[in-house]
Ligand binder design. Structure first.
Ligand SMILES: O=C(O)CCC(=O)C(=O)O
Length: 241
């Protein structure tokens, strides 16, 4: 409950997947977007997740053992009843069209079960080799999300169906930055929390205009791998000593 812009009940007992839904009850997109549809922070928990060996093992299967953690990572609360929670069809590459880094692998991890009802991820199968397609900024809810031009979607719809990917919390979905994907609105009364992390081969554009990434794994130069302290100090990686 909010009075004069101040929160008079913080719903502290409501539980992880319910609390933010109660705080945002009755609010519209603009109010939601003031607090950010997604965000990233330099906190140890993020680093621990980004350097989790199970995640890096999975990424290594796709891009090899020299792995750079890309500076684009997000926590997303998909709050019920807010159109800005849904993400239109896009390729992640549309957020860094000029970057010379290929592939950038997204690891998408729901922190609660991601279901058809609360807005799980949807992908268009076999689009991971698609060139970068034309897009625009979505105009429905003011998120600034990129959205593929409709003519491409029409073409894909003629060929095949998109695939919903409901998964249980703590699962991981991996896809590259050409793969066409989206997520649907949250129709429940609970928050669909998720985290998305990104990785790329180490010898590529570190995309510094998006932040400072770090060397997350290197079998060739293990001593160059960044520590938590490096990362917290915004240092991309150790110098080999
Ligand atoms: O979490 C979502 O709903 C969408 C995530 C997404 O599009 C992405 O991580 O690229």
């Amino acid at each position: 409950m909010v009075s004069n812009g101040a929160c008079v009940d913080d719903f502290g007992d409501a539980g992880f997947d319910r609390r933010l839904a109660l705080l945002f009850a009755g609010r519209v997109d603009d109010e939601f977007l003031k607090f950010g549809r997604s965000w990233r922070e330099r906190r140890p928990g993020y680093f621990n997740l980004m350097t989790n060996s199970k995640i890096l093992d999975a990424v290594e299967c796709l891009i090899g053992s020299e792995i750079f953690a890309n500076p684009v990572y997000n926590t997303r609360p998909k709050v019920p009843g807010v159109a800005a929670g849904a993400v239109p069809w896009h390729q992640d590459k549309s957020y860094w069209p000029g970057a010379n880094s290929n592939p950038v692998i997204t690891v998408w991890i729901p922190l609660v079960d991601a279901t058809m009802d609360n807005g799980c991820l949807h992908v268009w199968p076999r689009t991971h080799r698609t060139p970068v397609l034309s897009y625009h900024t979505e105009s429905l809810s003011g998120t600034g999300y990129t959205e593929l031009d409709e003519r491409h979607l029409q073409r894909y719809r003629k060929r095949t169906e998109p695939l919903p990917l409901p998964v249980s919390r703590g699962s991981a979905i991996l896809f590259n930055d050409r793969c066409i994907h989206s997520s649907t609105p949250n129709l429940t009364d609970r928050v669909r929390w998720s985290v998305d992390l990104r990785y790329q081969p180490v010898d590529q554009d570190p995309m510094t205009s998006h932040g400072v990434g770090f060397l997350a794994r290197s079998r060739k130069h293990p001593r160059a791998v960044a520590s938590l302290e490096d990362w917290l100090q915004y240092r991309p990686e150790h110098m080999e000593g």
